[in-house]
Design a protein around this ligand. Structure first.
Ligand SMILES: NC(=O)c1ccc[n+]([C@@H]2O[C@H](COP(=O)([O-])OP(=O)(O)OC[C@H]3O[C@@H](n4cnc5c(N)ncnc54)[C@H](O)[C@@H]3O)[C@@H](O)[C@H]2O)c1
Length: 244
């Protein structure tokens, strides 16, 4: 029997209070890892803490100084972070013609700059231990673009390029970096879509349904485990075959 056992590993999930991040946090917890969560949603954080019995932090991951401050507190308590999942993300959709600077900056800061902030905050123990698994939550939109989502597409495309660069910089230290590109996953983020829109999207998904947060969490589990030791700099799609 193949067993994924993350006992002894410390994992950190951003945006873990709900949606995909929550499913990831629960999956890693089930596999035996100690799971720390960063999010802005205090209620979701406290619910998760009840289950994991580990620390949760209300923090804006797009803020470099905040991440630096909390990283010191986390590393003092846990001494290391082995698995870093940069999952926090937002949308502020608009056509470029109508998009304002705030909508652009917010999405780039939360979806892309946060990954830089987190890697800066947590790479040191990975280097020291010669072990690290960095997993960045991109999107199929970052691969193919989307009308009305130029900011989101740019942030996720940038995140993929960031992932590959980090993979190259840290490979010699046994630190891998990979990205996951989900298609449409049923979460509060996609609940905003109209029913008509959802039906339209299902038509272009060969598996004819939206994915579940657990579908993405399963890939995170693989990328966190020894099963993926020889995989780095990759983008794994989780999209029901939407783009291939
Ligand atoms: N749901 C989908 O179909 C889908 C598809 C492709 C990619 N993704 C990506 O997956 C990730 C998770 O998406 P989701 O659908 O679970 O979204 P969600 O909106 O349900 O959850 C996102 C979480 O991130 C947190 N967050 C937002 N800004 C933050 C900040 N500045 N600091 C800390 N936490 C912050 C939110 O509070 C929330 O708990 C995102 O990066 C998203 O872009 C989602």
């Amino acid at each position: 029997m193949i067993n994924i056992d993350l006992t002894g590993k410390v994992a950190l999930v951003t945006g873990g209070a709900r949606g995909i991040g929550r499913a990831i946090a629960l999956k890693l917890h089930e596999a035996g890892a100690r799971v720390i969560v960063f999010d802005l949603d205090e209620t979701g954080l406290n619910e998760l803490k009840e289950i994991t019995k580990e620390e949760v932090y209300k923090i804006d991951v797009s803020n470099f100084e905040e991440v630096q401050t909390i990283s010191k507190i986390v590393l003092e308590k846990y001494e290391k972070v082995d698995i870093l999942i940069n999952n926090a993300g937002i949308t502020r959709d608009n056509l470029v013609m109508r998009m304002n600077e705030k909508e652009w900056d917010m999405v780039l800061n939360v979806n892309l700059k946060s990954a830089f902030n987190m890697v800066k905050g947590f790479y040191r123990p990975m280097l020291k231990n010669r072990f690290g698994r960095i997993i960045n939550m991109a999107s199929v939109i970052g691969l193919m673009g989307n009308a009305g989502q130029a900011n989101y597409a740019a942030s996720k495309g940038g995140l993929i390029a960031f992932t590959k660069s980090v993979a190259k910089e840290f490979a010699s230290k046994n630190i891998t970096a990979n990205a996951i590109a989900p298609g449409f996953i049923a979460t509060p983020m996609t609940e905003q879509l109209t029913e008509a829109n959802k039906e339209e999207y299902k038509k272009v998904i060969p598996l004819k349904r939206f994915g579940q947060p657990e579908d993405v969490a399963n890939i995170v589990l693989f990328l966190s485990s020894q099963l993926s030791d020889y995989v780095t700099g990759q983008v794994i799609n989780c999209d029901g075959g939407m783009i291939m």
